[in-house]
Design a protein around this ligand. Structure first.
Ligand code: PFF
Length: 473
């Protein structure tokens, strides 16, 4: 007989851990840049609608399956379907996906840690040089940073649900929030800061096209950590007396608020650096924004607050992105870890050892795919482009499989588990949800247009990524 299942110590602990998962690199940089490029306030409005009307219902589906089955995602699909296909396959997909996403997220977190370390030891000037990033990601130092980040994540996970994941979230999330507010206040005192705020918030509906709408939905879906099995796994550690709908709403609200506030940090900083910035100057990817653009901005602060002041600001920024990344990384690795523990009856220590070896191996492969090793750098080629191992992980798992997993979970909940069970599970622990308007809305949408939209996004992404032609965008 195995030990009783671990549980979060409190509802607040669960909310903070799930919000810790949701608040990630995507919130800190991806969201502000996407919002600015896609119509400012108009994008924010569409994004908020998607969060509450499309993503939150999917989150409810994931959390309720987890809390009901008290199992990892593969176990949850198997338990409800009676080990029937295609659901066992869907279960496998929902543990392979987070593992693969964890590999590429680990690589980016390692880079962030490297930049944090360099800012703290006074190397800001070096970080701001144009060719630093390219050299940095191919330097041998990366392996040292990989060892440190892996060790840190490993220690948190080894602590278990209450002593590791929950404690880390309770410490890191409030700290992150205060640092973020501190940075916003500081940035708003800079010259021209308000030009950035205006640019960020004033709606420009002319920029809204089919592809910006689809970008807003994808951003919201990733940002809430959906389709990765995380909310199923965290839900499985929730005591059944704790209500799901209210907790999920808090997670969605926190995630959206942090993304919004991060924009009030990034945009004013960008505009104070260059008052004539226009959207074309903003980098497309979060990666180039974090590692190439922002270090230059931080260095420029030395004329007003000195080199040490500028280094402190850069360090606080990288520390806060690092905290956001660590809590996300912990959550995503707990998915395959829970699967190994539940399905193979391993104890946490052994399971983490197996997972750690697999993670390190694939992380090293990814790290070498930026030029260190030709084989992984030019790994495959599709849609007329050569792709590295890292690119393949991003294209296949992050961009393509996530919406497909979201589609599967919706169909599974409504047509296999059945809507009466789904609703009863959500009512349990939160009687006020029963009969509410939102319950009726979730019940209807999860069975109809939400999976339809997610399937459409999946098909469109496959067409764009692998065949070079899309319906939208
Ligand atoms: N919500 C996370 C973010 O916005 O960055 C998404 C995520 C990605 C969570 C990767 C966990 C993860 F490992």
């Amino acid at each position: 007989m195995s030990a009783p299942r671990e549980q979060f110590g409190s509802r607040l602990g669960f909310i903070l851990a799930a919000a810790g998962s949701a608040v990630g690199i995507g919130n800190m940089v991806g969201f502000p840049v996407a919002a600015t490029k896609n119509g400012g306030g108009a994008f924010l409005l569409i994004y908020a609608i998607f969060v509450f009307f499309i993503c939150l219902p999917v989150m409810l589906a994931e959390m309720s399956i987890g809390r009901h089955t008290q199992k990892d995602p593969l176990g949850a699909y198997n338990k409800i379907s009676g080990h029937k296909q295609p659901w066992t396959m869907a279960g496998w997909l929902s543990i392979i996906t987070p593992f693969m996403i964890a590999v590429f997220y680990m690589v980016i977190t390692v880079w962030i840690f490297g930049y944090l370390f360099n800012s703290m030891i006074g190397n800001l000037e070096f970080l701001a040089k144009p060719d630093t990033f390219g050299n940095f990601i191919n330097s041998s130092d990366i392996f040292i940073f990989l060892a440190v980040v892996t060790g840190l994540v490993y220690l948190i996970l080894l602590g278990g649900v209450q002593e590791g994941i929950e404690k880390a979230a309770k410490l890191l999330m409030p700290t992150l929030f205060f640092m973020l507010i501190g940075m916003v206040i500081f940035v708003l005192t800079l010259d021209n800061a308000f030009a950035g705020v205006e640019y960020y918030l004033i709606p420009d509906f002319s920029k809204i096209t089919a592809s910006t709408v689809s970008a807003a939905l994808s951003q919201a879906f990733f940002s809430l950590s959906l389709g990765m099995g995380i909310m199923i796994t965290y839900g499985s550690y929730l005591n059944r007396s704790n209500g799901v709908p209210g907790a999920a709403k808090m997670v969605a609200l926190t995630d959206t608020a942090v993304a919004f506030i991060a924009g009030l940090m990034i945009l004013p900083a960008v505009f104070s650096f260059n008052p004539d910035t226009n959207t074309a100057d903003l980098s497309d990817s979060s990666v180039s924004m974090i590692f190439s653009f922002l270090p230059k901005i931080f260095l420029a602060l030395q004329s007003s607050i000195g080199y040490t002041g500028a280094s402190v600001v850069a360090s606080v920024f990288f520390l806060l992105v690092f905290f956001a990344a660590i809590t996300s990384l912990v959550s995503i690795l707990e998915v395959p870890n829970a699967a190994l523990m539940d399905e193979r009856n391993l104890d946490r220590k052994t399971s983490l050892l197996v997972l750690g070896v697999a993670m390190l191996t694939l992380s090293i492969v990814s790290i070498t795919s930026f030029g260190m090793m030709d084989f992984f750098t030019s790994f495959v080629s599709y849609a007329g482009q050569s792709k590295s191992f890292f690119d393949v992980l991003v294209d296949v798992f992050y961009d393509t499989i996530l919406p497909f997993n979201g589609f599967l979970i919706c169909i599974f909940v409504i047509y296999r588990w059945k809507r009466a069970n789904f609703n009863a599970e959500l009512d349990h622990g939160e009687p006020s949800y029963k009969g509410s308007f939102y319950e009726k809305y979730v019940d209807f949408s999860v069975g109809t247009f939400i999976p339809a939209i997610l399937l459409l996004i999946f098909i469109n992404t496959v067409a764009i990524k692998f065949f070079g032609t899309g319906l939208i965008g």
